[in-house]
Design a binder for this molecule. Structure first.
Ligand code: MN
Length: 340
């Protein structure tokens, strides 16, 4: 049935966009891989290039992984301007619905999205499938249905889009997403995927890393490290992922000072029953913002608040205190589980 729908929709889409039309593809602010890959897929589907169909966003790509993707796959995203966009013959948006732009767009012709909540009826062409894990999946179905050749670059982008939106096929994933993933897999460039997964580290991070590695120890499968001041949020996350690879490690909690905040990344190996999201909410929810899923979570605590409660912001003491909090929390859970 979906295939039938896709075929119908494809016909409508191509009928709507004329041969000589100037088309603008608009994506969300600070677009993510799903949005970026869907945009270049739409361009391919319409048989166009970056000159006839540019991609626009009202706010540039900032996340380091996403910047790496844009760089490696040479995806150009131009700054959007309400007046300039009004001069295009057709406005398309992918991975986002019209209400998001809240008046920044005067009209829209094409909407392809998977976010729930959009009522519809604001564009001539709409294909919103809230059940899907990624817009890149919908776009892959279009490309397959149209018999388009999917280039290595496009396959890599779409695969990455599906993977990031479904957290490595673990969240909100449907059979459609899996099928698209399997279809794209043989066409993708693994080398590029690997590079996008691990953005380059700044050279000065080597010093932080070396110091932290000397302190690395595991107690009851738990690694806790506090790095002190770091330049970027993702360095904390990468460190938490990295430390999870050592044998016997079940949990990693890595903190860093980012501006005025203590930022924490929590990971676990997914084999236990305790949730990383639950941990950060219980330990840090009252101090700042904290949340996440079973295997990955994040907390941001202003140091002003941390200092009031813990009395110290010195590196060794912060690390020891974090270790104490995390160990006690997990020990308590396992005691409860044994008792229960
Ligand atoms: Mn998406």
């Amino acid at each position: 049935m979906e295939q039938q729908l896709t075929r119908e929709k494809l016909k409508q889409l191509r009928a709507l966009v004329g041969e000589g039309d100037r088309v603008a593809i608009v994506v969300q602010d600070d677009p993510d891989p799903d949005a970026l890959s869907s945009a270049i897929a739409l361009r391919t589907l319409l048989g166009r290039n970056k000159l006839t169909t540019p991609i626009f966003s009202f706010a540039p790509v900032t996340r380091p992984e996403n910047r790496t993707m844009v760089h490696l796959l040479e995806i150009e995203v131009a700054p959007a301007d309400t007046e300039e966009l009004a001069s295009f013959d057709r406005i398309a948006m992918v991975d986002v619905a019209p209400p998001y732009f809240n008046g920044r767009l005067k009209r829209v012709d094409v909407v392809v999205d998977h976010h729930p909540g959009y009522v519809g009826g604001q564009a001539v062409f709409e294909d919103v499938r809230p059940g899907y894990g990624a817009t890149a999946t919908i776009m892959t179905e279009y490309l397959v249905c149209a018999g388009e050749r999917i280039s290595e670059r496009l396959a890599t982008a779409l695969l990455y889009g599906i993977r990031t939106d479904t957290l490595m096929l673990s969240r909100r994933v449907t059979d459609h997403d899996l099928q698209a993933f399997v279809h794209l897999y043989p066409h993708a460039n693994y080398n590029l995927l690997k590079q996008m997964d691990r953005p380059e580290l700044p050279l000065n991070f080597a010093r932080v890393l070396a110091k932290a590695m000397r302190r690395l120890k595991t107690t009851d499968g738990i690694v806790v490290l506090y790095l002190g001041a770091v330049d970027r949020d993702d360095l904390i996350v990468q460190m938490a992922d990295f430390c999870l690879q050592f044998e016997e490690v079940e949990w990693t909690v890595v903190g860093g000072k980012l501006g005025p905040n203590l930022v924490l990344a929590v990971r676990n190996n997914g084999l236990g029953r305790d949730s990383a999201g639950e941990m950060v909410r219980r330990l840090f929810g009252e101090l700042g913002s904290a949340g996440g899923h079973r295997e990955m979570a994040k907390a941001v605590v202003p140091f002003s608040i941390w200092r009031k409660r813990e009395g110290t912001v010195r590196q060794a003491e912060v690390e020891a205190r974090l270790r104490g909090l995390v160990s006690a929390y997990l020990a308590n859970l396992s005691a409860e589980a044994q008792a229960g």
